[in-house]
Design a protein around this ligand. Structure first.
Ligand code: ADP
Length: 294
């Protein structure tokens, strides 16, 4: 089983020919509300990939909160650890222009209340084979989750996004770190992913740097790094590619598959997702991933 401790956001997406500048009003072509948040996205990705997933976090006491909870339940994610707290749910206000470029404002709302573990969370984490963490809840919450997982011998998989400096204790309690190339550069100050991965191995035993269409780089202590190429596909929408990748990777490695094989399977899942629009809507099901990998 897989536990996810992290964010749920309603993505409020406006599509415009050209994004407005400060003080300007423009007419958009479409608007959509799409359940998202890195935590929830990883949970849905893992569930669709065939994992038994439980989500720990918080939604607000508003309509978005109800919708976010329902979206997770519809994906067969256990929401017993998803609290409803007073106030607003987390939202991401996203403007997408005709070139596919975007600008995003995240208002954490209920996610900001997940500063530690609540009743039952320790047991949920202990019951899992892996705990997936990201950085869209307070660092104190992320750290509490990592500590609990380590205490129970549960594998800690950290996606260090959005990029920010990480406390040493968090890295010390992390088994697998999965930055994209920008996050790897932000953490190390080097834009060469091989060098960044080597540097990160000083603090964590295993690193996967995702490289977009170039694939992913796997590095473990005492072994040569392995570059796993991404399948060549026509990318339509790369939103949440990284979250899809991590969710599928957790499922495959949780089944005992060796890392290079698990990475190839996760790459297939992410490649399928980028060919379709919508973050969580684009995430593939297990049979689709199996069919794609042959
Ligand atoms: P993030 O979405 O976090 O920015 P990346 O852009 O590195 O992360 O993408 C994560 C993974 O998704 C990549 O390692 C790759 O497997 C897959 N992926 C992303 N973009 C593409 C693409 N254009 N074609 C094929 N696979 C892709």
């Amino acid at each position: 089983a897989i536990a996810v401790l992290g964010s749920t956001n309603m993505d409020l997406v406006a599509y415009v020919p050209t994004a407005p500048r400060l003080g300007e009003t423009v007419t958009g072509s479409a608007f959509r509300t799409i359940p998202g948040g890195k935590g929830a996205n990883q949970a849905v990705a893992a569930a669709r990939a065939g994992g038994a997933v439980s989500m720990i976090g918080a939604v607000g006491a508003d309509d978005f909160g109800t919708q976010l909870r329902t979206a997770l339940a519809d994906a067969h994610v256990d929401t017993g650890g998803l609290r409803t707290v007073g106030g607003a749910s987390g939202i991401a206000h996203i403007v997408v222009d005709d070139d596919g470029g975007n600008s995003i404002i995240v208002v954490p709302g209920a996610n900001g209340t997940v500063g530690g573990l609540a009743d039952g969370d320790d047991a949920r984490i202990a019951a899992a084979g892996a705990l997936l963490l990201q950085l869209e809840i307070p660092l104190s919450g992320v750290l509490a989750g990592a500590r609990a997982a380590r205490a129970h011998g549960v594998r800690v998989v950290l996606t260090p996004a959005p990029a920010q400096p990480l406390p040493g204790e968090l890295l010390a309690n992390t088994d697998l770190l999965v930055p994209n190339e920008h996050e790897a550069a932000a953490l190390t100050g080097t834009s060469d992913p091989y060098k960044a991965a080597a540097e990160l191995l000083a603090t964590v035993p295993e690193v996967v740097v995702t490289l977009g269409a170039e694939g992913s780089l796997y590095a473990a202590r005492g072994a040569e790094p392995v570059l796993v190429p991404a399948p060549r596909v026509q990318a339509e929408d790369t939103t949440a590619a990284g979250d899809t990748f991590v969710g599928a990777l957790a499922v495959a490695s949780g089944e005992g598959r060796p890392m290079p094989e698990a990475l190839a399977w996760a790459s297939a899942a992410a490649a399928l997702s980028v060919q379709r629009a919508g973050a969580s809507a684009s995430m593939p099901y297990r049979h689709e991933i199996d069919a794609f990998t042959g």
